[in-house]
Design a protein around this ligand. Structure first.
Ligand code: MLT
Length: 328
């Protein structure tokens, strides 16, 4: 009897495995949702929309974006981590959500490091110190003096405590000796609207979402927080050239899937990301946005896992040394 029951169970298990395998082989058979953990119009959203269009073409299914903003991207990250690991719900995370959150939010129910499977990096872009067009300063040194003299009215916007826009300007503010008013948003997309409207005076945001306003005259770029100048903003000095070295920050955005997604599906998704970032239309868009696709050695899920682990370590030290806390 026991033998009979065991053989029925074994048949059941192999049928289940076969169904899973068949599902992975036929994947995708319906639309895929990419969760963007910040508001529309910011850098994460912009990069996610470029890759979603590419993936949709190569996978032959619609790839739709859902913006789930809040708590510096951790609300959206948690939503993705809790989704069914079947390849139909993905996340485009950035360093805020993935690399800084383990240090800043150690008590999250799911960690960015263990709750998601890496798929592949889409692009990286440096942070830019961008100020409103009516801010009188032309250099970072002049700007530091301006903020110090007007700290009661100068407002620094960011995408939530623990976001890269928050961390970058926190480090820069402390190097400049500036103590501005600080206002969190649900992403730098809405913060940029207020920068252009004059409600806030500055932000540290990725080239991806500042290029349009800088080129159109709605905002001014004072420095690129990178060790080399950006090809998209060749006349803008690096932060070291501007006199404040040590505050460089380059941000990557990458696709992740809920932990336990079948390896065949991860492989299919990674191939779609790699194909997408090599497409000439995507390349041209990245160039316009000051963003760069990863080189061949940074394109695999394994490379992303290593980059994430190294980043959590590196930025954890920076965050702890700078004394940055979620309440800042
Ligand atoms: C950030 O980390 O500041 C985000 O990239 C902002 C955003 O995507 O809106």
């Amino acid at each position: 009897m026991i033998r009979k029951l065991l053989s029925v169970a074994a048949v059941g298990l192999s049928a289940l495995a076969l169904t899973g395998e068949t599902r992975a082989q036929n994947y995708p058979t319906r639309a895929i949702t990419i969760i963007v953990p910040f508001a529309a119009g910011g850098p994460t959203d912009i990069i996610a929309r470029v890759i979603a269009a590419q993936m949709s073409t190569s996978l032959g299914q619609q790839v739709v974006i859902e913006n789930v903003a809040g708590a510096a991207g951790t609300t959206g990250m948690l939503r993705a981590a809790r989704a069914t690991p079947d390849g139909y719900t993905l996340l485009v995370g950035g360093m805020s959500t993935m690399s800084f959150s383990p240090t800043l939010y150690p008590n999250l129910p799911v960690s960015s490091m263990t709750g998601l499977d890496p798929v592949g990096i889409v692009a990286s872009a440096p942070i830019v110190l961008v100020v409103g067009k009516d801010v009188p300063a032309k250099t970072v040194k002049e700007f530091a003096d301006y903020v110090k003299a007007n700290s009661d009215k100068v407002v620094n916007g960011h995408a939530g405590v623990g976001s890269s826009s928050h961390l970058a300007c926190s480090l820069l503010n402390s190097r400049m000796g500036a103590k501005p008013q600080v206002v969190p948003y649900r992403g730098t997309g809405p913060a940029m609207n207020d920068l252009v409207g004059g409600q806030i005076q500055y932000m540290c945001d990725q080239t991806t979402s500042v290029m349009g306003q800088v080129q159109g005259g709605g905002a001014k770029a004072l420095a690129v927080l990178a060790s080399t100048r950006s090809a998209a903003l060749p006349n803008v000095p690096t932060i070291a050239e501007a006199g404040f070295p040590g505050t460089e920050m380059e941000i990557w955005n990458a696709v992740f899937a809920p932990k336990g997604t079948p390896p065949e599906i991860i492989k299919t998704l990674n191939a779609a990301v790699v194909k997408g970032i090599q497409d000439p239309t995507a390349r041209a868009r990245f160039a316009d946005l000051g963003a760069e696709a990863p080189g061949a050695d940074r394109q695999s899920p394994e490379a992303l896992a290593k980059i994430l682990a190294a980043d959590v370590d590196k930025w954890g030290k920076v965050i702890n040394e700078a004394g940055i806390k979620p309440i800042n």
